[in-house]
Design a protein around this ligand. Structure first.
Ligand SMILES: Nc1ncnc2c1ncn2[C@@H]1O[C@H](COP(=O)(O)OP(=O)(O)OP(=O)(O)O)[C@@H](O)[C@H]1O
Ligand SMILES: [Mg+2]
Length: 277
């Protein structure tokens, strides 16, 4: 991976919660345009990495670099810059995420969920909103068109006016992806998008993730326990265990790594050469 095609570089990332060292000395890079996966046993620190990248927690140590307009910039500084102020800071920087436990506005319609996500792209001028100027109305129409377009991509166009909380679980997962993509991110972080899906829905999810990369120029970073999905779609896999990176590389390299087999199965690989993660 050359310096110029790295979209995100995480260096020496550490995160401590009181007495728990959730992450320590975590180093990895994500190539622009790739589908990368962050895997590891429960409690390995995967979601904590997402929480650092997306500004939910300031890391205890380390740095995160994001390639922005052709230049590598300090993500920690961007996240605290007044230029990207407010709760939509991360979307303005070009990163979006979904959550391990779905976080939709359940009492809002499907369409409204996507409009709220784009709020930061609308004209914030109060007077413009109050008088509904031409520029404000045009931005509103663009947001609705964008939302409908994404509902079509994820197969939820017919559900636009339903309350989000009434959708079947698999549809809610797709709506979360549409909501994240609505903000036109360059990096989308998906936290266990296949959790709770049946095998058919998981196959559809794999196709959707490929589509995000191929047709919408998104770089995808995926946390997932479904190894069939991870191995099938990932260009690059980073494996965490107890807050540390224990392996990284292609699916094949990671699946045959003794450290990974030990972390997942708790056995010495020399006694179980058939095992795979
Ligand atoms: N806000 C927090 N306060 C205290 N401890 C936390 C917090 N967030 C995470 N942890 C701890 O950090 C460690 C890593 O948690 P994390 O949620 O990142 O794991 P994970 O790899 O995402 O696990 P899973 O596969 O179960 O989702 C765990 O020991 C967890 O209890
Ligand atoms: Mg997690």
């Amino acid at each position: 991976m050359t310096a110029c095609n790295k979209l995100l570089t995480v260096h020496n990332l550490g995160m401590r919660f009181g007495g728990i060292q959730a992450l320590a000395e975590v180093d990895f890079s994500i190539a622009a345009g790739s589908i990368s996966a962050l895997i590891g046993p429960n409690g390995a620190g995967k979601t904590t990495v997402f929480n650092c990248i997306t500004g939910f927690y300031p890391p205890s140590t380390g740095s995160m670099q994001l390639a922005l307009e052709g230049r590598s910039q300090d993500l920690g500084q961007l996240l605290s810059s007044p230029l990207f102020g407010g709760s939509h800071r991360i979307a303005r920087i070009g990163i979006a995420r979904t959550f391990q436990n779905i976080r939709l506005f359940r009492e809002m319609t499907v369409l409204e969920n996507l409009l709220v996500a784009q709020h930061h792209q609308l004209n914030h001028n109060l007077l413009a909103g109050f008088f509904r100027t031409r520029a404000y109305r045009s931005a509103e129409h663009a947001a609705i068109d964008n939302a409908i377009g994404w509902l079509e991509v994820v197969g939820l166009r017919d559900c636009a006016n339903r309350l989000a909380g009434t959708l079947p679980y698999g549809h809610q997962r797709r709506l979360e992806i549409a909501r994240a993509m609505c903000t036109k991110p360059r990096l989308i972080c998906l936290d266990e998008p296949a959790a709770g899906l049946n095998p058919h829905e998981t196959e559809e999810l794999a196709a959707l993730i490929r589509q995000l990369r191929q047709e919408h120029a998104a770089t995808v970073l995926l946390i997932e326990h479904d190894m069939g999905l991870v191995m099938g779609i990932s260009d690059h896999i980073v494996v965490l265990d107890h807050g540390k990176v224990i392996a990284m590389g292609t699916a094949q390299a990671v699946a045959s790594s003794p450290a990974v087999i030990l972390a997942y199965l708790g056995v010495d690989e020399s006694q179980n050469t058939e095992a795979s993660v």
